[in-house]
Ligand binder design. Structure first.
Ligand code: ZN
Ligand code: ZN
Length: 77
């Protein structure tokens, strides 16, 4: 977390309606929350694209992805 994070100019404020609260336990992604890197927010939104700025949302579904990444990096090196 860096200080003074300001949203991208593409952020028009719609994301505020969809801001996701921090879960009591577990990871945000496990609760279906998605991260918009432009709005710098976690939002609850069904789609893959941010309803606010239109950028692709970041989703992470557990370890499967990490393994894929690991395999890919092994292949490269
Ligand atoms: Zn936004
Ligand atoms: Zn956004």
């Amino acid at each position: 977390m860096s200080r003074n994070e300001t949203p991208h100019p593409s952020c028009v404020g719609i994301c505020k309606q969809y801001v996701a609260k921090k879960p009591f336990a577990g990871g945000r992604y496990e609760y279906g929350q998605k991260r918009c890197q432009m709005c710098i927010k976690f939002i609850l939104w069904e789609g893959l694209w941010c309803p606010c700025c239109g950028y692709r949302l970041r989703t992470q579904t557990r370890i499967g992805r990490l393994k894929e990444k690991f395999r890919a990096s092994v292949r490269i090196s």
